[in-house]
Design a protein around this ligand. Sequence first.
Ligand code: AHR
Length: 498
Amino acid sequence: TPARFTLDSAFGIGAVNPRLYGSFVEHLGRCVYTGIHEPGHPAADADGLRQDVLELVRELGVTTVRYPGGNFVSGYRWEDSVGPREQRPVRLDLAWRSTETNEFGLHEFMDFCRKTGTEPMMAVNLGTRGVEDALRLLEYANHRGGTELSDLRVAHGAKDPYDIRMWCLGNEMDGPWQTGHKTAEEYGRLAAETARAMRMIDPGLELVACGSSSSSMPTFGSWEATVLEAAYDLVDYVSLHAYYEEIDGDRDSFLASAVDMEHFIDSVVATCDHVGARLKSKKRVNLSFDEWNVWYQARFHAATPPDWDKAPRLLEDGYSVTDAVVFGSLLIALLRHADRVTAASLAQLVNVIAPIMTEPGGPAWRQTTFFPFAQASRYGRGRVLRVEVDSPLYTTARFGEVPLLHATAVADDETGDVTVFAVNRGQDAALPLEIDLRGVDARAVAEHLVLSDADAEARNTLDDPERVTPHAAAGTTVTGGVLRAELEPCSWNMIRLS
Ligand code: AHR
């Protein structure tokens, strides 16, 4: 039996906020050092930024970049990272048991954003620091000049204010692993007071309060409610973080990971709206899904802990075709909630659980996960249409009966073009798909690209960097207003209609 759905432009979910296609650069492993920054590399520009990586970041279509962490931010001393490089101190990074040289800092990051055409999303340290330090960083970065800190920025070479609009109020403050970890009450009050003070400098900032580090945290749900009770009117977003991996060889459940992600999103929306109702607030708090990805955390926790090296190889997961299909399904989940998930950051960008890999002194290449992200960022712009799938089911140990098809569609209301993103979660058989196009003008298949492989474990590596790339599907047709396609087993698909 085919999987089916109907497209009708009268039934929309919401506009895609371009910030849905954000990513994340943390001082972690080789994300910064030998990832985006490697003076002396043949491709490095005068500022030490690797131009081969800049090019791939642009191709990936990243819109925002969260920085500088992550767990790293909870010990971050921003002033160490500015001014003459030779005077910058070398410090311990407690989060990743690494040595931080501060060769790359705030100005270098802003330079990276300018060169990649991305928007910065800055995090403040609410672990070892608090309100005063957040204000100092904000003044340094955004004030026009004429004060000690803003003049220091000018003296360091940035005459114009950086005008950073989005700020994260700490990171994963609910997690016992976080330096300066807090209870929900402690964090809620600190987030509220930091937000209130930051808004005294600039009321128009967009502020993100930390939600739970994952939906499996024991405090999940009550953490969000308590934090929002304290900070509801002072913040614009609450954050969500989720990582998925195949556990004990249960690939069927792994391929259904987005079931968990969609449930997580629905639960946080419900919590936000519950608090809003209790506070009789007309305001709506949206969701910043500012860490999401496939991450083999079990392997990371089993590995020998780092030993204070500079830029050690950490979290350098190599992604298979299966991982990319799950990853694509997570993107579909974000798009299906575009009305409330108005910002997101793929964690992370280079080398560390990343779509882009590099070798020190060597090449840069695209992981399998690069392709779904680049395609979605390029064509998943416009308005998400409501897609109600009628699909054959399969049985999973973790989520019970799950539809084989996971899909969404984005309409460009100016051109009338529609792009469908679809995943076949089934490992064994192709899935016939029928889309009734009765409510959209698009009638011709412009392109059907697929990511799948006879070897679902295939991946791109230093030695074989183009082993996996998307290919065109054959036989996708529209007749009598119905699109018919075959979705290969365990595949990510982009079908563009014009
Ligand atoms: O992205 C890797 C780490 O995962 C981040 O530093 C932290 O916020 C999360 O636990």
